[in-house]
Design a protein around this ligand. Sequence first.
Ligand code: SF4
Ligand code: SF4
Length: 118
Amino acid sequence: MINIMKKIFKTGIVTERNPILQEAPDSLRGKIKVARHVCTGCEDCVQACPVDAISFKRDGQKARLTFDYSKCMYCGLCVDVCPTDALSHTNRLKESVKDPADLIETYIVGEGVVQQDE
Ligand code: SF4
Ligand code: SF4
């Protein structure tokens, strides 16, 4: 402990101001972005997600693609399997909320969705 204190007095403490607010690299696997018009409703992303963070519900001519970001671990498997590149990562780094319900986001996808008979 004494040695650590000595080192701090000798070298000083170096910190960054607001490190979380700095620009994240474009390659960061952040929150998923959905290009609604190119989703075909194949549900490959739903099958690929290892933590069941994605659900898909058909509703007439439209469909609902829902992401639960409280489960998502940003692995990128859904992005990789999407055949139409409807999914991509943003480089958004900060995703904390007070209410976990705010981490559930639904996207209405439609134009490319192929309707299936029940
Ligand atoms: S990034 Fe991974 S964990 Fe998150 S929704 Fe996609 S497949 Fe699921
Ligand atoms: S986002 Fe991609 S993988 Fe998911 S249902 Fe739409 S087309 Fe299929």
